[in-house]
Design a protein around this ligand. Sequence first.
Ligand SMILES: Nc1ncnc2c1ncn2[C@@H]1O[C@H](COP(=O)(O)OP(=O)(O)O)[C@@H](O)[C@H]1O
Ligand SMILES: [Mg+2]
Length: 491
Amino acid sequence: MPDQGNEASIVALQDEIKLLSNALKRERSVNKKLQQKLEDNAQINYDNNKEFVEAYEQASLRQIQLQFLSTLTANIYEEHDLRALASIYLSNIATFVDIKKSLVFESLEGNVSISTFTSENAQLKEIDDVQNTERVFNYLASELSHTQGWLRLSEQHTQIVGTLLDWQTQLSPIACLLEIAEDFKLIVVLDASHYCYSEDFQQTMDMSCQQFQTALQRRHGEIELAYNYHSLTSTVAELKLTQRQLIQNEKMASLGQLAAGVAHEINNPLGYVASNLESLKEYVKIFESALPEKVDDPAIQHELEFAKEDTTPLIDSCTNGLKRIADIVQSLKNFSRSDSNTLSDVDVNQVLEDSLQIVWNQLKYQHTVDKRLDKNLPLIHGNDGQLQQVFVNLMVNAAQAMPDGGKLTITSETDDDYVVVKIKDNGKGMSAETKAKLFEPFFTTKSHSGGTGLGLSVSYAILEKHSAEVDVDTVLDEGTTFTIRLRIHPA
Ligand SMILES: Nc1ncnc2c1ncn2[C@@H]1O[C@H](COP(=O)(O)OP(=O)(O)O)[C@@H](O)[C@H]1O
Ligand SMILES: [Mg+2]
């Protein structure tokens, strides 16, 4: 029985062992699977980490590029000077790109110079004594003019650049053309380190170039705007002046018509009074020869004798007076023609004489007039009526500057290609302030006595039309000289 019992327990044990070994087998297989899974996970982890590091690196590079673009924008939008704008662009590039070597061609009004800069020193340094710079510039320019950004140079172009300087490069350099103004262009050639040649990098560089062009366009726009504004302001000022002069011209024209009308009216009676006087002179001669013998009374005879002696001088004086009136009338007629614009050969001495006639009335009592006219003065080309207007204005001003009398000196002379007229007074002169504003329309120091302040501005406009030069020499309390230079043969 115990054997039976033993056997039974052995069988039971064997069963148990079997069970256990089965369990072990299962465990081992589970373990193996778990190990495999662990290994798989480790691999995934490793891959993920690698991707993450790469993405991180990529992001940092992107950040650097963005940083570059935003700094560039901030810098170039502050600058106004075109040349400074270009050097700001280059110095930004120098901090962004690891530049080993560089060449900058600067073409200004057709002259090409070259310089260099590096990341360590962004200041352009000119390189002297380089041959053929213009040819290489044009060669590169024709290649680059088609692109709107940076271009990798072909081997051929690289070689050409290399021949300029002893320039050995392993990679092809990149280059771009910057058109700063019509006759101001830069070509920048950079030999940069290899990591720069990614697609991202290329994009960033192109964008920087576009930013630069935009800043340039904006600056050009500003310049044009400022220029337009300036020319608009001066046009407005010119218009105002023209308007004032038109008003004055209008006034002068109607005054001229009035003067012409009066002159015409006076001419007729003047004619017959003059011819009557001639006849009267003849008649008086007849009376003279007959009268004294018929009178017996010695007292009357004496008076008659006196009258007889006085009559001829009286008539002569009347004739002289009439001649003066005729001269004045002639001058008035000339004056009335001052609004016409016709040019002709002008005898400046004659115009001075006519002008003096017109202002004579203001001068004759208290002033002496010293005429120093060059008899051999050549003719000039101009408008006599308008020149007369100028001389009359100057003479009237001179007379008004000497209210208590003085000396007016009128000179004409030849100096090379010019007829020079001087109108000089020894009156009150002018302060520096007055002298500065002299030719401004409506500037007058005589508002109390009805000055218009237009005489000199109108005169100036007339002289400008004659391409004449005016010079004023004045000393306070001593006098003033106006010098006018009229070209004998205007170009
Ligand atoms: N010969 C002169 N001497 C001193 N001042 C003068 C003389 N000519 C012109 N001026 C000054 O220039 C100003 C402007 O002259 P003008 O244009 O002829 O205007 P107006 O005579 O009506 O004042 C005068 O008011 C006067 O102050
Ligand atoms: Mg005046």
